[in-house]
Design a protein around this ligand. Structure first.
Ligand SMILES: Nc1nc2c(ncn2[C@@H]2O[C@H](COP(=O)(O)OP(=O)(O)OP(=O)(O)O)[C@@H](O)[C@H]2O)c(=O)[nH]1
Length: 566
């Protein structure tokens, strides 16, 4: 694999200086392609494209280089292939395409590691810009190379490109030294084309100062070297200049010889100023010789070549403007897209903020609801506990008089409608004052609690029991007739008599006196029922206490009496 790299390096090194050796090595490499790695294949692809361009097959070279740019990951190779495409388009005078490719290639320059490679790309830019008459740009790229040239060769071609741009911009200056320096640099690099193009510039400078003879001599001195380059544009230009200088010095024949030599190169220097000038010189010569036929012929050629040249200059200028407009448009589109992205980004941020706000509001509402729920629950609990407090007798835990009355009235109203009978029992503890007096109030309270508990235990779910006075109680029995109510009173009477007082620290007997009535006897009015039952209770007290007295119809106060000792 490394052997392949060595071959690649060698081929690359001689690609422009020794075309024959380059072709031989390229053939060798192509024969060995099976053993090449992907990166090596890419390098070989570049050299093959280069070889196609060198042979003048620019379309093939462009297609191959384009494919390489699209497939390789090597930025340096992309850059070199881009430069090759630019050169190929320029050679075919496809300046729009060349400039477009240049715009893609130049941004890669910063990523190219090898400074020499980078400068070769910058030189391609300078050449193209000079070629299309954008000399400020040509000068800028030449100066970039000259700021730190990587080789004598780079110094030569960048120097020459700078001279060319400066000449056309009219900023070449009076001094000869800078031009001579470039000539010398190119000469030591054996770059005959660049050297003699620089000499042509020096010759122009001298001629412009009136030193035409010296200028012609300088060109004459190196005529053989120029011819050896076989480069039509160079030969055509030097010959054209020679013709101009000689005519101005009065050497009409010499001028004619050189002008014709220049025009002989016309196929390789179409649309160029030297060609125009050569035709112009021939016209001047014919005019001087008073040969109107020849003068007309040369003038026609001069006019045609001048028109073609000017059209070409315009076309090149137009190419530049087209690509510049495209670039501006592209940049505007990019700018527009960036703006749109910014707007989208902002919208997204607004959406996110809105979503966050919604979440916050939802959380706030949930918290608020939780609080409201909690307070409602607390309030309800408090209400219920207040109500219980308000309805309950604190000592015994059964209903107080007020609550008992309300419950009893509701039950009576319901039973009156449904036609059920209701029993009412009232009872009062016997000699309770004595218990208080003998054993104290605490013992009295103990007895009250025991009695309430004992009687409540006898009640069914629907019965209502309440403490309606100090030691006075009432029980309302829904659905109970007189016999059932009487039975219930007797059971309570027995339970009270059985109350165990030892828990109070004293042992004594407890009893109560009972009065019983029913709605079927006294009616569904509570006051009347209580009054009748109370009457019977006093009846029991009078009769000796610890007994049950039952109300009898028609006897408001005194009723049939059923006395029982517990
Ligand atoms: N310990 C205690 N005593 C109470 C309470 N409420 C009322 N008393 C007492 O109950 C007694 C009622 O006595 P009286 O109305 O004279 O009747 P009695 O002593 O039970 O006699 P008879 O009813 O005629 O059998 C009073 O001494 C009141 O002070 C209470 O909540 N606790």
């Amino acid at each position: 694999a490394s052997q392949f790299d060595v071959l690649l390096d060698r081929a690359d090194a001689v690609r422009s200086s020794d075309p024959a050796s380059f072709q031989k090595r390229l053939a060798q490499l192509n024969a060995l392609i099976a053993q090449a790695s992907p990166a090596q294949r890419d390098r070989l692809a570049y050299l093959n494209a280069y070889s196609q361009a060198y042979a003048g097959h620019f379309d093939v070279a462009i297609a191959q280089a384009q494919r390489l740019i699209e497939t390789t990951e090597d930025v340096s190779l992309q850059y070199r292939a881009g430069a090759l495409i630019v050169n190929s388009h320029a050679a075919m005078r496809q300046f729009v395409e060349g400039l477009r490719q240049l715009e893609q290639m130049l941004p890669l320059a910063d990523k190219v590691g090898d400074p020499d490679l980078r400068q070769q790309g910058l030189a391609v830019a300078a050449v193209l810009y000079n070629q299309i008459g954008q000399y400020e740009l040509g000068l800028r790229y030449a100066d970039q190379i000259l700021a730190a040239p990587t080789s004598g060769r780079a110094e030569c071609y960048a120097g020459m490109l700078k001279l060319e741009a400066s000449l056309h911009l009219g900023v070449l200056g009076e001094e000869d030294a800078p031009v001579m320096q470039v000539i010398e640099r190119c000469r030591v690099q054996h770059e005959a084309v660049w050297t003699n193009l620089s000499r042509a510039i020096l010759a122009r400078k001298w001629a412009a100062r009136g030193e035409r003879r010296k200028a012609a001599a300088l060109l004459q001195e190196h005529a053989a070297e120029v011819a050896a380059t076989r480069y039509p544009r160079l030969i055509g230009e030097i010959e054209s200049l020679q013709a101009e200088f000689m005519l101005a010095e009065g050497d009409v024949d010499g001028a004619e010889r050189h002008a014709r030599a220049s025009i002989a190169q016309s196929s390789g220097m179409a649309n160029s100023l030297p060609l125009v000038m050569a035709h112009r010189t021939l016209y001047d010569i014919a005019a001087r010789r008073n040969d109107p036929v020849a003068a007309l012929h040369h003038y026609r050629n001069y006019a045609e070549s001048d028109k073609a040249y000017l059209n070409d200059v315009k076309a090149r200028e137009l190419s530049y403007q087209i690509v510049r407009q495209e670039t501006l448009q592209k940049n505007q589109q990019i700018e527009l897209l960036n703006r749109r992205n910014e707007v989208l980004e902002l919208e997204k941020r607004v959406d996110r903020a809105a979503a966050r706000n919604t979440q916050l509001i939802a959380a706030l509402l949930a918290t608020l609801l939780a609080f409201i729920g909690y307070f409602a629950y607390k309030t309800k609990r408090m209400q219920m506990s207040f109500r219980r407090l308000a309805e309950t007798d604190a000592l015994t835990g059964i209903s107080n008089r007020h609550h008992f009355t309300r419950q009893a009235e509701e039950a009576l109203a319901f039973c009156a409608r449904s036609g059920q009978d209701v029993g009412l029992i009232m009872f009062d503890l016997d000699h309770f004052k004595q218990i208080n007096d003998l054993y104290g109030h605490v013992t009295g309270d103990f007895v009250l609690r025991q009695v309430a508990q004992a009687c409540r235990a006898c009640c069914r779910r629907n019965d209502r029991i309440g403490r309606i006075g100090g030691e006075e109680f009432a029980i309302l029995l829904i659905g109970a007739d007189l016999a059932a109510a009487t039975r219930m009173a007797q059971v309570c009477c027995e339970k009270i008599a059985a109350v165990d007082t030892q828990g109070s620290g004293h042992t004594f007997g407890v009893s109560a006196s009972f009065g019983v009535t029913t709605a079927s006897l006294s009616g569904y009015d509570l006051t009347r029922l209580l009054s009748h039952a109370d009457g019977m209770l006093y009846c029991s007290k009078r009769e000796g206490r610890n007994r049950v007295s039952v109300y009898c119809a028609g006897q408001p106060e005194e009723g049939a009496e059923l006395a029982r000792t517990a």
